[in-house]
Design a protein around this ligand. Structure first.
Ligand code: NAD
Length: 269
């Protein structure tokens, strides 16, 4: 380990992203896993987190008390909305930086994260991929240019385990398109179409959702014009991109001042 090793705590250590993060931390020279936790009662509790993640034993046992995460410099949370809010409380009271990648948070959950960020550096991002972060910037620019006569539709596809819809990324892309148009997404979002929907309302941003198989994550923002179409797409083929982006966010958070940051701040930092 180098003198500048950043100590990382992973809640949800038995989850798909938790295990991926542990593998990526194992491969990083400047990061050290110091704590791993998960829900009480699951099989993974008491197991070596490295063995579970497939890196070989690392001596960090998965516990059911998230308070142990306070030993870290940065907690990286990919769990569930309720758990992320609880972990933000632990990070805040122990003065530990936090990266949250969990999706499906309510406005109230997000407000809790913002409140926690009064005292710590907190990065919250529904998609930690570098490519998707750039996609959002492109979508905002294109939406600002293609206005009259252009309809915006957002299509996303994910694996069959995913529990929230539309994906946090699709919603963030919708926000980016709405920003480009100078409107509020809540006023123009069309989330569900079924039966006699009537004609498409001018200015709406439509969402469509596919679920199946092992799709890591696919997003397209389609601008339909008269006799032409512009499509901006991102396809993730390996979840490692989200973990690597989250580690980049953790490095940023470990050196950042108090505040609520997103992935654009991380890439700019
Ligand atoms: P998963 O179900 O495989 O893992 C979630 C883990 O969190 C599990 O181990 C579960 O036991 C744990 N957990 C759930 N509730 C808990 C609680 N109350 N207390 C403690 N632990 C709890 O899910 P996943 O595929 O790893 O995804 C996790 C989250 O990350 C989801 O919200 C997903 O949408 C999001 N995600 C975000 C990105 C991104 O780029 N930001 C990428 C992939 C997934």
């Amino acid at each position: 380990m180098t003198a500048h090793t950043i100590k990382i705590g992973i809640p949800g250590a038995a989850g798909r992203m938790g295990r991926m993060l542990i593998r990526e931390i194992d491969a990083a020279l400047d990061l050290e896993l110091v704590a791993a936790s998960d829900r009480a009662g699951i099989d993974a509790i008491g197991k070596d987190s490295g063995l579970l993640a497939g890196t070989g034993s690392n001596g960090v046992i998965i516990g059911d008390d998230a308070a142990a995460l306070a030993a870290a410099d940065v907690i990286i949370d990919f769990t569930s909305p309720t758990a992320s809010v609880a972990h933000a409380g632990i990070a805040s009271s122990s003065n530990t930086a936090l990266v949250v990648g969990t999706t499906g948070l309510t406005d109230e959950d997000e407000a809790s994260l913002r409140a926690a960020a009064d005292g710590i550096a907190l990065v919250y991002c529904a998609n930690t991929s570098v490519g998707v972060t750039l996609l959002g910037k492109l979508v905002e620019q294109v939406a600002a240019q293609l206005v009259d006569g252009w309809d915006i539709e957002i299509l996303e596809a994910h694996h069959h385990h995913k529990v929230d819809a539309p994906s946090g990324t699709a919603l963030a892309l919708g926000e980016a398109a709405a920003r480009g148009r100078g409107v509020k997404l809540d006023d123009v979002a069309d989330m569900v179409r079924k039966g006699q929907t009537g004609a498409r309302r001018t200015g709406d941003i439509g969402f469509a959702v596919l679920r199946g198989g092992d799709v890591t994550g696919e997003h397209s923002v389609i601008f339909y014009g008269d006799s032409e179409r512009v499509e901006i797409s991102h396809r993730a083929t390996d979840r490692a991109i989200f973990a690597r982006g989250a580690l980049r966010a953790a490095r940023f958070a470990s050196g950042a001042g108090t505040g609520f940051y997103n992935m654009e701040d991380v890439l700019a930092g």
